[in-house]
Design a protein around this ligand. Sequence first.
Ligand SMILES: Nc1ncnc2c1ncn2[C@@H]1O[C@H](COP(=O)(O)OP(=O)(O)O)[C@@H](O)[C@H]1O
Ligand SMILES: [Mg+2]
Length: 406
Amino acid sequence: MTSTQDVHPLLLRRSEEVGAFRIVRRLATGGYGAIFLAESETRGPVALKFALQGPSRENEAHVDERTWKEAAVLMRLEHPNVVEMLGYRRWPDARDGYMVLILGYVEGPTLSEWALRSHPTPRRVAQVFAQVALTLDAIHREGVLHRDIKGSNIIIRASDGQPVLVDFGSGDHACTPVLTEDSLPPGTPSYRSPEALRFWTGPRVSGSRYAFQPTDDLYSLGLVLYEVLTGAFPYPAQLPPSALLASIESSQLRPPSGLNPRVPAVLDPICLRLLHKHAEGRYPSGAELYGALSAAMETADVSWDEPLFPPRAPPDAVTEEAEELFDGDEDARELRRWMRAPERPGSPWDTDSGVPGRLLTPPTEPGPRFPMEPGAARPSLWEVWLRRRLRSLRRGLAALRSRRGR
Ligand SMILES: Nc1ncnc2c1ncn2[C@@H]1O[C@H](COP(=O)(O)OP(=O)(O)O)[C@@H](O)[C@H]1O
Ligand SMILES: [Mg+2]
């Protein structure tokens, strides 16, 4: 019988079978899981999300627990703008194999890819964010908090242009088990609200937990809106939490239309209210954000139908790298994408725009927290994976340096 020791999700190749499904290709690899497109005779395409560690290894069970928790949260949700959970199983062994979530396949780019490649207009952006606001409102009413809202966790569904929330791996619901949180809990540090950063960087009673609120999800959505409207992350990303908090506390955000004149001024106060330094200053619910965006859309004139960033003619256009070159590391690809963002006219790094050049390094997923064994005789799969990830990052940096040198 095949055991967990003989196989690993990252080694899965095209046509291999996982239960009733046949692997088509790897879609992405994150800090905790790998996502594959797969097909079956009866169900058509599905996305299989594998936990990268099994349940039984000492000190590593949190990856397995996290995937269980994701399944428990998704089971509570049924919404046209939330990824559909079709089931779960363990692989290869039904008792101690890797957790696999069987998800509805959502074909389409992530919101970050869409923003960089599809030249959306202010009207489309407002429509998409209004729909995300309604979706957040619906999940919050169910008592679920997403806790990791960012561009790569929203897919723009190709069939109808609707946003779909994915990745509830950091999600929370009162009924789900509490995982150990002795440091900043799962989620992407750069997208944390200032109040969460204050909690985790300030003095606190040992064992106390930060009480996430809908306003935390709305703050993260505000960061994504700011990125989409301006092409810029408003703070230096990838700072340690205390430095990021200091940057947030000390800076006065420029309104999006100040960075990109194509942004309708009526969207400025909406975006800035989402990014208010205190939760009380923000929209209290997704429904109120939806109301504000709908009211703004009623004032729309023809300028709302011009792309936020004018498309550039080839060969200068920001193009997606060839799929054959993609090594499956979605975070590193996103980093390379945003590094190419300055090539867009009107972006804050565009030297013609008069704004001082500033490097945007998009936040990445939290790294895997696993004990590295310096004396290990053979590199573990984790080490192989980490090295691959480092190689991708180095490639991205080399590309950036060569562009700067030009
Ligand atoms: N159901 C799905 N259909 C299609 N693509 C998906 C689906 N779920 C996730 N993805 C893709 O895989 C990427 C990583 O999935 P995600 O659930 O965010 O995993 P992680 O927890 O590792 O971040 C997403 O950014 C998206 O591009
Ligand atoms: Mg994700």
